[in-house]
Design a protein around this ligand. Structure first.
Ligand code: MN
Length: 201
């Protein structure tokens, strides 16, 4: 089974004004599509075609770079689209809200750490909220790596991810990555993050 580009649960215009429609359309229909297409080319005719993208990521050191870059790109973007939504943001409640306060001190402290992970990632990469040994942690990865990968410095199950590649924000924010990160908080789909937290811990 070849991998496929997942459909978005919302329109390209739906995340405005925080992420503009043109960025969303190019990011999803061109960038993410290219990761899917190139991943399928890289694994064509091999047993890897029978594996899930999570299984591939967990053993990524056994694969050549095209699988790491494009497989990571496919997993990361699939997660990214699902953890954003229109009319979202605010603060997480329930078990996730309590776990964030317990791990980071407060929701505000978590936001500071997560934003710093995104701001200080040099070049292209991702900021993550992960479940590691049952506990929450913030991390970041370069390029299209992710915390599921056996090559990651900090391994865990990602439940929230923020793309800090320039293609994610440059049309609207140019060099101002911190402004994009500040706007991202208006889009976080905490219901989806809570669902991922419940199944990861
Ligand atoms: Mn991207």
């Amino acid at each position: 089974m070849a991998f496929e580009l997942p459909k978005l649960a919302y329109a390209y215009t739906a995340l405005e004004p925080h992420i503009d429609a043109q960025t969303m359309e190019i990011h999803h229909s061109k960038h993410h599509q290219a990761y899917v297409t190139n991943l399928n080319v890289a694994i064509a005719g091999s047993d890897t075609e029978k594996l899930s993208i999570e299984e591939i990521c967990k053993n990524i050191s056994k694969y050549p770079m095209p699988v790491r870059n494009n497989g990571g790109g496919h997993f990361n973007h699939s997660l990214f689209w699902s953890v954003m939504a229109p009319n979202a943001g605010g603060e997480p409640t329930g078990e996730l809200g309590a776990a964030i306060s317990s791990a980071f001190g407060s929701f505000a402290d978590f936001k500071t750490q997560f934003a710093a992970a995104g701001t200080t990632r040099f070049g292209s990469g991702w900021a993550w909220l992960i479940v590691k040994d049952g506990k929450l942690a913030v991390s970041s990865t370069p390029n299209q790596d992710n915390p599921l990968m056996d090559v990651a410095d900090v391994k865990g199950t990602p439940i929230l991810g923020m793309d800090v590649w320039e293609h994610a924000y440059y049309l609207k924010y140019q060099n101002k990555r911190p402004d994009y990160i500040a706007a991202f908080w208006n889009l976080v789909n905490w219901a989806e993050v809570a669902k991922r937290f419940a199944s990861a811990k």
